[in-house]
Design a protein around this ligand. Sequence first.
Ligand code: DAT
Ligand code: MG
Length: 148
Amino acid sequence: MEQTFIMIKPDGVQRGLIGEIICRFEKKGFTLKGLKMISVERSFAEKHYADLSSKPFFNGLVEYIVSGPVVAMIWEGKNVVLTGRKIIGATNPAAAESGTIRGDYAIDIGRNVIHGSDAVESAQKEIALWFPDGPVNWQSSVHPWIYE
Ligand code: DAT
Ligand code: MG
């Protein structure tokens, strides 16, 4: 089953959006397979966003991610990477549809509340980086009520 890496950024934590964000993924029917609150080092944030290191906003992005604790999660389910991105909404909250997390709870691109992997391959890389011990091994007993 597909897995994605979701991270509630420091602004989402400070603004009390942890419960609301978890709720959206949980109610959709996805399964939580890893969860931790963590303050990351600069070098770790740089590694997570390594693909963006040449961008002019890279330093500000890293400063933002290390500015407070984040909530790191693994979510599992059919098409969870793509569907997770839909739940999150467009990178720039100004372009994010109402009903998405960024559309409902954010205004500026540099305070867009949440991260979600953009492809199955990046999800695998990000899960390995943030959860070196891997996901929690459990199966939801409501599985047959969500999948046919
Ligand atoms: P996403 O988080 O939607 O996957 P991304 O991977 O392209 O977007 O960029 C990572 C983060 O970097 C994004 O959530 C916010 C920030 N960012 C992206 N483009 C930006 C820009 N043009 N100006 C400022 N910050 C930007
Ligand atoms: Mg991205």
